[in-house]
Each structure stands twice: as structure tokens, then as C-alpha cells.
Design a protein around this ligand. Structure first.
Ligand SMILES: [Zn+2]
Length: 481
């Protein structure tokens, strides 16, 4: 019954821009400062104070527009969105309405089935954030307002209703998140609210072209919650319609603890906000030359990087995606290869031990205590047979902890691989002599005992024996009576 329906989803994403100062005043935007310490007459909305546009905000909006294939408007207008809320000191939010800075773009996602799908981007506009209300549980019954966030620059990125499932919505959101972080315009910190989204969700019978009535899910700030909220909402609307009811247009909040959405208020229409051009701000004029300059400075984006990694380094698409997930990680990989490591080996070490060590230490790539040159040197020592892949794990750990170079650690700790068969033979002879029972078992056909002998030899040689040589010699000696 449910497969008769399809979901139609559009996302409005609020991206907090990583500028040093606010959009219309010089106040700082640092997260977590003492309440109301980053405010001035402009962002407090005091009478007579006038806004002055931060040029960096426009530049960041152009970057976002170019990366998502939008047209950049040569002339765009700031408008007042009027509503009352205690965290909005002016009684209106400065936003853009009829003439936003970017229109008509798209972002490509990969669907569950592995197909590429283009998701339309209707518009991107610049606006200011509101403050925050705090409701202390001290029994006073008071609410407090912190206006540090008031006037923080945001881009609202509005998709077309092209998404058809919660999974597609998450794929789009992840791609957009990755893009704005790559562009260096947003820190991407979802816990601090730097990247949050509203989802417009409706359902309709398959084949129907008219849109159903939608509900807007507000302020969701994790990928997991977006999936849960949309899935719940789709079910709710289908059940409602199947039960003979109708979906009403409204704003709903996702309760992550209960895993459901609740009605918050009837949805406002645009005309409820009495938008009009802000008389305090002149139109934003963007020249072709400026757009060209920003375009020339755009970093390589994830899709281009993945394509290049598979082509130039012959990595699998899956490996290329892992490495390109973060610009810093991709840069680390390329530096390791430039320093002489084989691309495949470099990719494996970075995706394995390196990422694990980063996660354990809670450090970002940029603060890893292991320079890519050191990792490359270690990989070269595996490739030229100086150390075994197993010993390399020890060398890696030592490099990570001490910051020393691989060669120094190998020499200082005596970790060179023993390929001298004489030394290995000696060790094997001693072990077979000391374990006659196990040797007999092996000869009687109990092959599992072989692993015991390998372990003993590696232990006796402190893991430095060349594993292939150990295997070959053990087989020879054990098969003899
Ligand atoms: Zn201010």
C-alpha cells in the first residue's frame, strides 16, 4: 500500500559563514564567548545604528554559487523579513527575498543504487542569524537572551523539491556539507549549529504531478536526525491520507528523543512577513571581473579530486572517495606520494593506521604529529625489504608518538628484517627441538600446529624475521623426520 506513494522533499540549509566578523558590523563571531560580549549598537538593533555589508560575505556567497553551478546575480537586494521574536532585536531579519545573489544551480548526488542524480538548487541568499534564548532551570521562570549570534552571516541554500527519499536527502546534505567545508566558507560544525537544515516534506500518489500539502520540519542539525525525521514524517502523512484525513500545511519540530515530529505552529506564507527592500542598504553589485577572480581561486572540489585520484594514482573509486572526503586528508595523501611512497600503499596506510591514530588522539589532519615525508620513508623501507609490513606497524606507532623519522627508529630499535636464513634456521631448529610433541602432531597431519611454530619463530626473532623465509624454512624442516 505504501509503495503507491512517493515522497517529495526539498531542503533549506542554513550555512553559517566562517567570517571573522558579522555581516553588518565589526563584532566577532567566535562561538562560545561570554553572553552578549560580542555585540554593538548595530547587532543590538539600537535606534539610528546603520548596517554596513561585510564584503567577505558576498565573496563567500559567490564561491558557493559557482561551486553549485548557479548564476550569480549582477544586482541583488537585501530585504527586511518582519516578525517578532525575543531573540530578534530589530523586529525584522535582514535577508534577501525577490532578488537573491545566486539562482538556478544544481548539485550531483549518488543514489542508493549508485546512480548519479542532479538535485536542483533554486536559490542561495545571504542573511543574518538571530540571537539565542536560554531557559535556565533555576526555578526563576526567567528566560535570558544572548545576542552574540545576532548578525552572524548565513547563506540559505534552497533546493528544488527533487529529493524522493530520506536517503537521497541525506546524500544531498552530505554533499553540500562537504562542498561548503571544501570551499572554506563554513566550519561545518553541526553540533554548534554551523550547518542546519529545514526539510519540506510531502507525499503524493505515484504518477501524480501535482505536489501534496507539505509540512516543514525545522532546524535539524545532524545527518541521522534528518533521516529519522523525514522517514517518520513520510509514514505519518501516508497513514493520515490512508485513514481518510488530510495533511495540513504547518511547521513541525523533530523530537529526537522520541523519534517523532510534533506540530509547532501553522506555516506562515511569505506575505505574512511583509518583506520589503531594506532602505538602509544599497543594492549589492557584483561585477564579472569579481566573479572571475573568485572562480580562479576556487579550490579543486571533491568530485574533480576523486576523478583525478582514480585516473592519476589508479586508486579504486571507493578509496578515492575516502581520501577526498576531507581536503586536508587528500592533501596529506598527495604529499605522501610526492615524497616517494607508492600511491596504493600510501592510501592503505592513511585509510588504516593513520585515520585510526587520528581518531584515537582526537586530532585534525593538520595537527597530526607525523609529517607525510616520514610516512613515505617508512613505506619505502617496506618496499625495499628493510622492514616487514608487520614491523612497520611498530615503526608507525613510534613515529606517531616520538615524531622521529622511520630510519632512525629502525636503527635505534634494531628493527631491520632478518633475511639471513642462517639466523632463522638456528631459531627454527631450537624451537623444533624444544617442542617435539607439536612437531610430531604436525607430521601426523595436524596442520593447525604450523601457526604455533610461526608464532614461536617470530617471537624468538622479535618479529623481525622475514615472514616468507620463516614459512619456507619451517615447511622444509618440519617435513623432515
Ligand atoms: Zn555588532
Amino acid at each position: 500500500m505504501k509503495s503507491r506513494y512517493e515522497a517529495v522533499i526539498g531542503l533549506e540549509v542554513h550555512t553559517q559563514l566562517a567570517t571573522a566578523s558579522k555581516i553588518f558590523c565589526p563584532c566577532a563571531t567566535t562561538f562560545g564567548a561570554a553572553p552578549n560580549s560580542q555585540t554593538c549598537p548595530v547587532c543590538l538593533g539600537l535606534p539610528g545604528a546603520l548596517p554596513v555589508l561585510n564584503r567577505k560575505v558576498v565573496e563567500f556567497a559567490i564561491r558557493a554559487g559557482l561551486a553549485t553551478h548557479c548564476a550569480i546575480a549582477p544586482r541583488s537586494i537585501f530585504a527586511r523579513k518582519n516578525y517578532f521574536y525575543p531573540d530578534l532585536p530589530k523586529g525584522y531579519q535582514i535577508s534577501q527575498f525577490e532578488l537573491p545573489i545566486c539562482v538556478g544551480g544544481f548539485l550531483e548526488i549518488e543514489t542508493e543504487g549508485g546512480e548519479r542524480k542532479s538535485i536542483g538548487i533554486a536559490r542561495i541568499h545571504m542573511e543574518e542569524d538571530a540571537g539565542k534564548l536560554l531557559h535556565p532551570a533555576d526555578g526563576s521562570g526567567c528566560s535570558l537572551v544572548d545576542l552574540n549570534r545576532a548578525g552572524t552571516p548565513l547563506l540559505e541554500i534552497v533546493s528544488e523539491p527533487d529529493l524522493r527519499s530520506a536517503d537521497e536527502a541525506v546524500a544531498y546534505l552530505r554533499k553540500l556539507h562537504q562542498t561548503v567545508v571544501y570551499l572554506g566558507i563554513c566550519d561545518g560544525n553541526m553540533e554548534e549549529g554551523s550547518f542546519r537544515c529545514d526539510a519540506n516534506v510531502s507525499v503524493r500518489l505515484r504518477g501524480e504531478t501535482k505536489l501534496g500539502t507539505r509540512a516543514e520540519l525545522k532546524n535539524i542539525n545532524s545527518f541521522r536526525f534528518v533521516k529519522q525525521a523525514i522517514e517518520y514524517e513520510i509514514e505519518r502523512q501516508i497513514d493520515l491520507i490512508e485513514g481518510g484525513g488530510a495533511v495540513v500545511q504547518e511547521t513541525r519540530l523533530f523530537d529526537s528523543a522520541a523519534g517523532l515530529t510534533r506540530s509547532m505552529r501553522g506555516k506562515e506564507e511569505a506575505h505574512d512577513y511583509r518583506y520589503f527592500p531594506d532602505p538602509d542598504l544599497v543594492p549589492v553589485l557584483v561585477s564579472e571581473a569579481w566573479i572571475d577572480t573568485v572562480r580562479a581561486e576556487l579550490p579543486e572540489l571533491p568530485d574533480a579530486k576523486i576523478e583525478r585520484f582514480t585516473r592519476s594514482f589508479l586508486l579504486s573509486r571507493q578509496d578515492a572517495e575516502v581520501l577526498a572526503a576531507e581536503a586536508a586528508l587528500a592533501g596529506y595523501f598527495e604529499a605522501t606520494v610526492s615524497a616517494g611512497a607508492g600511491p596504493k600503499a600510501a592510501a592503505n596506510w592513511i585509510m588504516g593506521d593513520f585515520i585510526r591514530a587520528l581518531n584515537d588522539s582526537g586530532l585534525p589532519v593538520s595537527e597530526a604529529p607525523l609529517p607525510p615525508q616520514h610516512l613515505a620513508e617508512m613505506i619505502r623501507r617496506i618496499e625495499d625489504g628493510t622492514i616487514s609490513g608487520k614491523i612497520a606497524k611498530t615503526v608507525f606507532q613510534e613515529m606517531w608518538e616520538s615524531g622521529e623519522e622511520a630510519d632512525r627508529i629502525i636503527e635505534a630499535k634494531g628493527l631491520r628484517q632478518v633475511t639471513d636464513t642462517g639466523a632463522i634456521e638456528q631459531a627454527i631448529d631450537a624451537i623444533i627441538a624444544a617442542n617435539p610433541e607439536q612437531a610430531a602432531q604436525y607430521r601426523a597431519g595436524k596442520e593447525k600446529v604450523f601457526g604455533f611454530f610461526v608464532g614461536q619463530v617470530m617471537k624468538a626473532t622479535k618479529g623481525k624475521a622475514n615472514p616468507q623465509a620463516v614459512n619456507d624454512l619451517l615447511k622444509q624442516k618440519l617435513s623432515r623426520d
